[in-house]
Ligand binder design. Structure first.
Ligand SMILES: [Zn+2]
Ligand SMILES: [Zn+2]
Length: 473
């Protein structure tokens, strides 16, 4: 009945009901005439692959060549890959597919000779290994099969809990073996990692990510904090705090706990718990801590943190929905990295260099040039540098509501779409006297500093946050 073991894993562990929608995923960046694959999935209301679909999916609009139609078969999970598609015309595109009498848009595609490649992943998936909501979680196999074939991600991490006795040598061996089985560059990458919990005030919950294999996990739940954990890990690992605003688990940092940008290059700004961007944000966690624990608080303290997002799914649905607990109410998160090619080393290096951004619910592209360079960098400002130039091209799957330029916690400039509702352009020069508004030296910065980042908000609620750019004044 099933044509592959992958189909069987999806059908047995996540059998989908009636079709709710068609997911269409193409690479975010393609070259003119380059052949690429379009990944289709007809999914139910919780985003499991439908077992009841016998419709035909066909391209209705868009410049792609070589796109045949797909006929789904009832009884099999409704996933398909159309190989050999291509686009001749440089520019920004979306593809529209029809399924029955409804039509659905793909993620945006940037067809360009020189744009850097973008790879999408979910760095924060829980499986049954976590022993946390184990009745809703699925297997490690489901995690990586769903990431690659259902959510059409480029990379993923099963970041299972280890603290409070939730990991054993055997469970860690299962993680390492899944890493060797499912890591399949250049088609799909597995970043090995796990979740290490800390008490509130000790840096909160941190995920550990490894550039390569890791023989033994390190856990400092009882005695340590984010810094002792990061420093006890071997070279080639970093830690990432998440849901930093969460009551009880808060990721408040102070100079004693902050381990520096090499060991903590980014934070997870959004997950299905909600957004930890700033106090009062409209998609906050259900219960938030009182202290300075939001992204903007940590940036003001002088910690140069880039942004990533994950699901923290406890239904093992990478960058997606599934049977999750009610506390996990926000749209799923995902992370974009820029790299020349796809491998676990490249994903790790891109995040460590903050060459990455965070998104929720959809693959929002941010092509930016801030202070003359990509996001995520620290620049020294010189006399006579002139206004700070902030330029960006934004493309989304759904309708853009607004794009905000954020400087030191303030929204200083906003843009709405021009012609097409899924495209926006930022072209802004900040003439402010930065020495007046810079934060005093703090944290990692030994001089006054200013940061900028971009926030994209769609009418659907989907969002994206560029990693910040810092200027030392
Ligand atoms: Zn958990
Ligand atoms: Zn988690």
């Amino acid at each position: 009945m099933y044509h592959s073991l992958c189909e069987r894993i999806l059908a047995v562990e996540g059998p989908g009901g009636p079709v709710d929608r068609l997911q269409i995923v193409a690479p975010s960046v393609v070259r003119p005439e380059e052949q690429f694959a379009i990944r289709l999935a007809a999914v139910d209301a919780k985003a499991y692959a439908s077992l009841e679909c016998d419709d035909v999916a066909r391209l209705a609009d868009g410049p792609a060549e070589g796109v045949g139609e797909v006929t789904f078969e009832a009884g099999r999970p409704a996933i398909a890959s159309i190989e050999g598609a291509s686009i001749a015309e440089e520019g920004w595109h979306r593809l529209t597919f029809e399924l029955g009498d409804r039509s659905f848009a793909s993620n945006p595609i940037h067809c360009s000779r020189d744009a850097r490649r973008i790879f999408w992943g979910d760095p924060h998936v829980h499986t049954v290994i976590s022993d946390c909501h184990p009745r809703q979680c699925r297997s490690l196999d489901f995690c990586y099969v769903a990431a690659r074939y259902l959510s059409a991600l480029d990379w993923a991490t099963a970041a299972d809990h280890v603290s409070n006795g939730r990991c054993t040598v055997g469970k860690w061996e299962a993680q390492r073996r899944a890493f060797s089985v499912f890591d399949d560059p250049p088609n799909f990458a597995v970043l090995l990692g796990y979740e290490a919990s800390h008490k509130g005030g000790a840096g909160g919950d941190n995920n550990v990510y490894c550039r390569d294999d890791l023989e033994e996990f390190v856990d400092h739940y009882e005695e340590g904090d984010a810094r002792t954990l990061a420093e006890a890990l071997p070279d080639g690992c970093f830690v990432v705090p998440h849901h930093t605003a969460r009551t009880g688990k808060h990721g408040e940092l102070c100079d004693e706990i902050y381990p520096g940008p090499d060991l903590m290059p980014v934070m997870e700004i959004h997950s299905k718990w909600g957004s930890s961007e700033f106090r009062g944000n409209p998609r906050a966690l259900l219960e938030v801590h009182d202290g300075p624990c939001f992204a903007q608080d940590l940036l003001a303290q002088g910690y140069p943190l880039g942004f990533i997002a994950g699901t923290d799914t406890h239904a093992t649905m990478p960058s997606s929905y599934g049977d999750d607990s009610r506390q996990l109410h926000a749209p799923p998160g995902l992370t974009a990295v820029r790299a020349p090619g796809l491998s676990h080393e490249a994903v790790f290096d891109a995040i460590r260099q903050r060459d990455c951004w965070a998104a929720s619910d959809e693959r929002i592209i941010i092509e930016e040039c801030i202070a003359g360079d990509r996001m995520g960098l620290v620049h020294s400002r010189r006399d006579g540098d002139g206004p700070v130039q902030i330029e960006a091209e934004i493309a989304t799957q759904t309708e853009i509501e607004r794009v905000d330029v954020v400087r030191n916690g303030q929204d200083i400039h906003s843009v709405t779409p021009g012609g097409e509702s899924w495209r926006a352009t930022v072209d802004f020069a900040d003439h402010a006297d930065l020495s007046e508004i810079a934060f005093d030296p703090a944290g990692w910065f030994d001089g006054p500093f200013v940061y900028y980042y971009l926030r994209v908000t769609c009418a659907s609620g989907a969002q994206a946050w560029s990693s910040p750019t810092w200027l030392m004044i």
